[in-house]
Ligand binder design. Structure first.
Ligand SMILES: *Cc1c(COP(=O)(O)O)cnc(C)c1O
Length: 386
């Protein structure tokens, strides 16, 4: 980095941070589908907005810099980004996925890529020895989430990357839960990072978007081709919203995390809570590994209430915290993974990996922590069955 040392400054000044022509301190929204050519084959750097758009390009340069990669790509959703990245694979290839990978990623592989002869195996990426045993001759890639949603399972990104590269696999990390502010998978050894930018990067629950970053010129060439050929690109206005969201990522995440640490302490010590999953707790499995690769535990907490608490009543009793899909926005959100985010995963698999019907997932927002805690407290109290 040149004029700045820290990601705090890169969030604001990274990529293409100013409009060279006018000096506008924000990249304009280039709301255009096409660009004038001065003569046959005489382009001014852009020809058609699926192929390239200046607002999207500024975002792509920004995320590439933040993740420490060679090139970034912006898509219409996280799943569009994941679809494009998985399109690097060929018929007959197999991909290994972490056991509690995002439900939509599972569905995409299980019900779409499956049609094209690309198969997958659910692997315990938290256990490197067992993971290595799952690498059969047809395995060409591994898709990791760490912490993996919703049980916050930790994978050692360095170790899995090292093993995977020995077998020639492409290492893809979904970094949605951490963002480059808390964890940077490429310097740890991964080849590709994907994001649902809908979550923390956007940060305000007002845009659906996806990003991918690659660590080599060859992958950049291939993914640029796929992005243009398959066309799931992010529009100029949404690109602008993401750039705007990313500027405040570090201040938002500092508050998110501060609140989450207090919420985790509160839930851990609450008599109604049977189990808690939060990577910021020393008792969390993989805590040391997580600390070695991430700044802190982030702001996602899952927990289970004891049987004598009715989770239906719990959800209905919340007043400040909103029951909704998604996460990572400034407002606290809560969800029921078994029927919401992870409903696409068959019940046998859900039960096997621990995504039980009693599991609650909390995305801790940046409201006043006392308001968050009193809302949790009153909803738990109301949900007790007498
Ligand atoms: C939400 C999410 C996705 C999917 O992203 P969309 O923007 O909803 O398409 C992928 N991975 C993780 C970890 C997510 O939380």
């Amino acid at each position: 980095m040149g004029i700045y040392q820290s990601i705090n400054s890169a969030l604001i000044h990274g990529g293409i941070s100013m409009d060279e022509r006018t000096g506008a301190v924000n990249i304009p929204i280039y709301q255009t589908s096409t660009f004038k050519q001065d003569g046959l084959g005489m382009m001014r750097g852009y020809e058609y907005s699926r192929t390239g758009n200046p607002t999207r390009e500024a975002l792509e340069a920004l995320i590439a810099e933040l993740e420490g990669g060679k090139a970034g790509f912006a898509f219409a959703s996280g799943l569009a980004a994941i679809t494009a990245v998985l399109s690097l694979l060929h018929q007959g290839d197999r991909v290994l996925i972490s056991s509690n990978v995002y439900g939509g990623t599972f569905r995409l592989l299980n019900q779409v890529f499956d049609h094209f002869g690309i198969s997958f195996t659910v692997s315990d990426t938290g256990d490197p020895a067992r993971f290595e045993q799952d690498i059969t001759a047809d395995v060409k890639a591994v898709m990791i989430e760490s912490p993996a949603n919703p049980l916050m399972t930790i994978t050692d990104i360095r170790q899995i990357s090292e093993i995977s590269h020995r077998h020639g696999l492409l290492v893809i990390v979904d970094n949605t839960f951490m963002t480059p502010y808390l964890q940077r998978p490429l310097p740890l050894g991964a080849d590709v990072v994907v994001h649902s930018a809908t979550k923390y990067l956007g940060g305000h629950s007002d845009v659906v978007a996806g990003l991918a970053v690659v660590n080599s010129d060859e992958l950049a060439k291939q993914l640029a081709f796929i992005q243009n050929a398959s066309g799931g690109v992010l529009g100029p206005f949404d690109s602008f919203l993401l750039i705007r969201g990313i500027k405040t990522l570090s201040v938002r995440l500092d508050r998110h995390t501060e609140n989450a640490e207090k919420a985790a302490e509160f839930l851990k010590n609450h008599a109604a809570v049977k189990r808690i999953y939060y990577p910021g707790l020393k008792t969390h499995p993989g805590y040391e590994t997580h600390r070695s690769q991430a700044r802190n535990g982030g702001a996602m907490i899952s927990f289970e209430l004891h049987r004598q608490f009715d989770i239906r009543v719990f959800f209905e009793s919340l007043k400040l915290i909103t029951l909704a899909e998604s996460l990572g926005g400034v407002e606290s959100l809560v969800c029921h993974p078994a029927t919401m985010t992870h409903a696409a995963i068959p019940k046998e698999i859900r039960d096997k990996v621990g995504i039980t019907d009693g599991l609650i997932r909390l995305s801790v927002g940046i409201e006043d922590i006392d308001d968050i805690l009193s809302d949790l407290s009153q909803a738990i109290e109301k949900s007790e069955v007498h």
